[in-house]
Design a protein around this ligand. Structure first.
Ligand code: C2G
Length: 151
C-alpha cells in the first residue's frame, strides 16, 4: 500500500483544495492530511481561521480522497511523520516548490502539484467582503431615497 501525506490549513474548504487532495490520492492508496492546528495557524502562520480545527477536520474527513486527518502542530514534525506513518510520497501545492525537498533524505518521494490558480480562501473572504460592502451602500442609498425626512 502506497501512503501519501500532505499538509495544510484547509480553511473555507474550496475546489482548489479538492483538486489538490484528489491528485494527491491518485499518487497512492492511502492519503493522510496533516491539518494545521488553530495554535499552529496563529503562532506560525499568523492566520486566524474561520473554522476551528475540529470543524476543518470534520470537513476533510468527509472527503472521499482523505483516509486520515492528523494535527500539524509544528514545522519540524514532517521528518518524523514520514517514519511514524510509513510515508512513501509527500505532496504539496507548487506554491511550496523546493521548500520540502529535504524530506527526500528521509526516503520519501517529494511531489509539488500545480495550484488551482484562481481560487484561495483569502480571495473568497475579500470577494465576500466587497460584495457585502456594495450591498450595504446600496441599502443605505435606497434608505436615503425613501426616508420621508428627505422630502
Ligand atoms: N492549494 C491549491 N490550490 C489553491 C489553494 C490551495 O492547490 N487554490 C493547495 C496548497 O498548495 C496546499 C493545500 O492546498 O498544498 C492547502 O492549502 P492551505 O490550506 O493554504 O495550506 P498552507 O497554508 O499552504 O499550509 O506545512 C505546510 C503548511 O501547513 C501548508
Amino acid at each position: 500500500m502506497k501512503r501519501v501525506i500532505t499538509y495544510g490549513t484547509y480553511d473555507l474548504l474550496h475546489y482548489g483544495h479538492i483538486n489538490l487532495l484528489r491528485r494527491a490520492k491518485a499518487l497512492g492508496d492511502y492519503l493522510i492530511v496533516a491539518l494545521s492546528s488553530d495554535e499552529f495557524n496563529w503562532n506560525e502562520k499568523h492566520k486566524k481561521t474561520y473554522f476551528t480545527y475540529e470543524q476543518r477536520k470534520q470537513l476533510l474527513e468527509s472527503i472521499r480522497y482523505v483516509d486520515l486527518v492528523i494535527p500539524e502542530e509544528s514545522w519540524q514534525q514532517k521528518r518524523s511523520d514520514i517514519h511514524e506513518y510509513h510515508i512513501d510520497t509527500f505532496v504539496m501545492g507548487d506554491d511550496w516548490k523546493g521548500k520540502f525537498d529535504f524530506l527526500k533524505e528521509e526516503g520519501a518521494e517529494v511531489v509539488y502539484l500545480p495550484r488551482t490558480p484562481e481560487i484561495s480562501s483569502s480571495k473568497m473572504k475579500h470577494d465576500l467582503y466587497d460584495a457585502a460592502s456594495i450591498e450595504e451602500s446600496k441599502t443605505n442609498h435606497d434608505d436615503l431615497n425613501t426616508d420621508p425626512g428627505n422630502v
